[in-house]
Write a protein that binds this ligand. Structure first.
Ligand code: GLC
Length: 616
C-alpha cells in the first residue's frame, strides 16, 4: 500500500475506500458493456471523467505517473515518439505494459487505450510486416483480402499489447499533389467505402469485442481531408454540402455500419470552418444523423489551431462541438499541455461554459468503448508473449505478399514483355529503388516520415527476391547508378519516390526527377527491351519514361514483401491490379478524377490495369 500511496494523490486514495469497500472495479458483477460503463461513470468525479478525455503522447509525459495522477484515459506514440530508438517488439511491449500498470494506481483502475499509427501493418515496430499502403489496397479491388490484411495487422498490434490503431484512413484523395494520397484507398468514394469497412472488420472482427485480437479501429480523418484546394495538407475543403457529403462523408456510413467505434477528426477546414470546431459536422451530422455511438478523438494538437491566441477557447469550442478525447502531444513546457488542458476544461465546467452533460457524454462514450473491448472486465494482463512471437511471421508475410501481387498495376505491356519469358540469359536491374526497402515501404515506416535504406528487419527488396528466385541459367545483375555491363537480354529499371508523410509530401510538381529520366533513356539507348517499375505514393507525370519503356508497372508502395513483385514479373502470379485513381498526363490536368470530361484524356483512366496469365 505504501508504494501505492507514493503514486496516487491522497484525495483519490481517500475516496478509494468507497470503491474498495464495495469491491474494486474488477469485482463488479458482469454486466452488459453499456451498463458497466454507466455504473462506472456514476462513480466518477469530474477529475476522473475529464481524465478519460485526455490522450497524451508518451514523449510529452513529464512523468509516467501523471497517467495515474490525472486519471488519463489514453496514451499514444505519435509519429516519431517511439519509446526507444531500437523499436524492437520487446521495447513496445514494455512501454505498453508499464503505462497500463500505472493506470492501475488509480481509484477506479480504468485501463488505458494505447493508440498507435499502425496504418499499413504495425509499421512502427522493427521486424513487423509492413503491408502495402492503402492506395495499393484500393488497387486490389479485393475487400476480403483487405480484411485479411487488417486482421494480420491486428494480431501484430496485439503482439505489442496495444488494442487501438489509428486506421483505416478513409480519405477520398481528389488531388495527388496531397502528400497523404497514398493513405487513401482511392479517389472514388464507393471504393473507399468498401475498403474502409473491410479494414474495420479486419481490425475489430465482426464487431468490436473483448476478443484478444479485436483491435479498436479509428476511422480518419473526418471529414474532407482528401478534398482540400490544391491538395494542401490541412488546407481548406471548399465544397458545397452535397459534394462534401457524397464524396468525403460517404465512407463513414459504411465504416460505422461495420462497427467502427472511434473516429479521428480532421485538421482541415470546410469552407473556412475548422472541423474540430464544427458542431454541425461532429455532433449533428456524425453523431445524430449517422448515428455514431463511439467516441471522437482529435488529431495531433489539432484543437490548438482553432484559435492560436487562446487555448481555453480551443478547448471550449472543440468539446462543445462534440469532440470526446483530445490528443495532446505537448509537455509541461508548452502552454497547450495536458495539465493546462485539464485545468482549462475544469474551469469551463465551473463557469458553465461546458456542461456537465457534455462531459458525461464524452467520458461515457469512451467508457462504453472500453467496456465493449473488455477493458472493464479485469485488470490489464501483461502482453501475450505468444502474440509477440507472431510479429513478422512467415504466415503474416504471405498475406502481405498476396496484397503486393494483387495491387501492382500493369500500365503498359508492349509485345507482352511481361511476364518475363523463361530462358533469358541476363537481366540487368538498375536504379537505387530496386535495392531500397525504405523506398519500397514509403512513409509511416519505423519513422514518421519513413526513410530510404534498410529501415526494418525481415523485408525483401525486389533485387533480393529476383536473385533468390532460382532463375536457372539467368544472370541477374544490379547497378544502383544504372551501369549496364555485358549484353543483357532485358533491362529492368526501378524508380522510386523518396519516402515522406503528411505535409512533407505535398508537391506542386509531380514530374519524375531528371535522374529517373536519365536512367530510362540510358536503358533505351542500349536497344534492349526496357521494363520500368515505379514505387510512388501517387500517380506521377511520366513523360518519356512511358514512351521509352516497353512495359511499365505502377507498384505504388508495396511494403516489405518485394517478393510479391518478383512473382508478377516472373509469371508466378498474374497482374490483376486496377488503378484506384486517375493518372494524369500533365500537371495542368490535376486535379483529375473520373468524370472530369473537360480535361481531355488522362494518361491512364481510373480502373486501368492490364492483366497477364500465369506462366506454364
Ligand atoms: C498525425 C496524423 C494522424 C495521426 C496522428 C497521430 O498528425 O494526421 O493521421 O494518426 O497525428 O500520430
Amino acid at each position: 500500500m505504501r508504494f501505492l500511496r507514493s503514486l496516487v494523490p491522497a484525495a483519490a486514495l481517500g475516496a478509494a475506500s468507497l470503491v474498495l469497500a464495495g469491491g474494486s472495479l474488477w469485482a463488479l458483477a458482469p454486466q452488459e458493456p453499456a451498463d458497466k460503463a454507466e455504473a462506472l461513470l456514476k462513480q466518477m468525479t469530474l477529475d476522473e471523467k475529464i481524465g478519460q478525455m485526455v490522450q497524451v503522447d508518451l514523449a510529452a509525459l513529464a512523468d509516467k505517473n501523471d497517467i495515474a495522477k490525472y486519471f488519463m484515459g489514453s496514451v499514444l506514440c505519435g509519429g516519431g515518439s517511439d519509446p526507444a530508438p531500437d523499436n524492437l517488439p520487446s521495447t513496445w511491449v514494455h512501454a505498453n505494459d508499464t503505462c497500463q500498470a500505472v493506470s492501475q494506481h488509480t481509484r477506479l483502475k480504468v485501463p488505458l487505450l494505447f493508440g498507435i499509427d499502425a496504418v499499413h501493418g504495425h509499421n512502427n515496430v522493427q521486424g513487423a510486416v509492413v503491408f502495402p499502403h492503402n492506395i495499393n489496397l484500393g488497387a486490389t479491388r479485393n475487400p476480403k483480402l483487405v480484411e485479411e490484411a487488417a486482421k494480420v495487422a491486428a494480431r501484430e498490434i496485439v503482439g505489442t499489447g496495444m488494442r487501438w490503431a489509428f486506421a483505416p484512413c478513409v480519405a477520398v484523395a481528389r488531388d495527388e499533389r496531397w502528400g497523404r494520397t497514398y493513405e487513401s484507398f482511392s479517389e472514388d468514394p464507393s471504393l473507399v467505402s468498401e475498403m474502409g469497412a473491410a479494414y474495420v472488420r479486419g481490425l475489430q472482427g465482426a464487431k468490436l469485442s473483448a476478443e484478444p485480437f479485436s483491435v479498436l479501429a479509428c476511422v480518419k480523418h473526418y471529414a474532407g481531408d482528401g478534398g482540400t484546394t490544391g491538395g494542401k495538407d490541412q488546407g481548406d475543403t471548399a465544397l458545397d454540402e452535397s459534394t462534401l457529403r457524397n464524396t468525403h462523408i460517404f465512407p463513414y456510413r459504411a465504416a460505422i455500419d461495420a462497427g467502427a467505434d472511434s473516429i479521428m477528426v480532421s485538421y482541415n477546414t470546410w469552407n473556412g470552418v475548422k472541423l474540430h470546431a464544427s458542431k454541425e459536422l461532429l455532433t449533428n451530422v456524425l453523431k445524430h444523423e449517422l448515428g455514431f455511438h463511439g467516441f471522437l478523438v482529435s488529431d495531433w494538437a489539432a484543437i490548438d489551431q482553432i484559435d492560436p491566441t487562446s487555448y481555453i477557447k480551443c478547448i471550449e469550442q472543440s468539446i462543445n462541438a462534440g469532440l470526446d478525447m483530445v490528443m495532446i502531444p505537448n509537455g509541461l513546457d508548452k502552454p497547450n499541455n495536458y495539465v493546462n488542458f485539464i485545468d482549462g476544461l475544469k474551469q469551463l465546467v465551473a463557469d458553465g461554459k461546458v456542461s456537465q452533460e457534455r462531459i458525461d457524454d464524452a467520458a461515457g462514450r469512451i467508457l462504453r468503448v472500453k467496456a465493449k473491448m473488455g477493458l472493464l472486465d479485469h485488470a490489464p494482463a501483461p502482453t501475450n508473449k505468444a502474440a509477440t512471437a507472431m510479429i513478422g511471421s512467415p504466415e503474416h508475410r504471405e498475406v502481405a505478399r498476396e496484397c503486393v501481387r494483387q495491387s501492382a498495376v500493369l500500365l503498359k505491356n508492349e509485345g507482352s514483355m511481361l511476364p518475363l519469358k523463361p530462358g533469358l540469359k541476363h537481366i540487368a536491374v538498375v536504379g537505387q529503388a530496386a535495392s531500397d526497402l525504405g523506398m519500397q515501404c514509403g512513409g509511416w515506416t519505423i519513422d514518421w516520415q519513413g526513410k530510404p535504406g534498410e529501415v526494418t528487419a525481415g523485408g525483401t527488396t525486389l533485387i533480393q527476391a529476383l536473385q533468390a528466385a532460382g532463375l536457372q541459367g539467368t544472370q541477374v545483375t544490379y547497378s544502383a547508378e544504372g551501369k549496364i555491363e555485358g549484353n543483357p537480354d532485358l533491362i529492368l529499371v526501378v524508380l522510386g519516390e523518396k519516402p515522406y508523410a503528411e505535409m512533407f509530401g505535398d508537391r506542386f510538381n509531380l514530374s519524375l526527377p531528371a535522374n529517373d529520366h536519365a536512367l530510362v533513356s540510358a536503358a533505351k539507348r542500349t536497344g534492349k527491351p526496357v521494363v520500368t517499375l515505379l514505387y510512388s505514393g501517387r500517380p506521377l507525370i511520366l513523360g518519356d519514361v512511358l514512351t521509352h519503356s516497353d512495359a511499365l508497372v505502377a507498384a505504388f508502395l508495396p511494403g516489405t514483401e518485394g517478393a510479391g513483385l518478383a512473382d508478377l514479373l516472373l509469371g508466378k502470379a498474374p497482374f490483376v491490379g486496377k488503378l484506384p485513381c486517375t493518372w494524369s498526363a500533365s500537371m495542368i490536368q490535376i486535379p483529375f478524377n473520373q468524370g472530369d470530361t473537360a480535361k481531355g484524356d488522362p494518361q491512364f483512366p481510373f480502373g486501368h490495369g492490364l492483366t497477364t496469365t500465369v506462366a506454364k
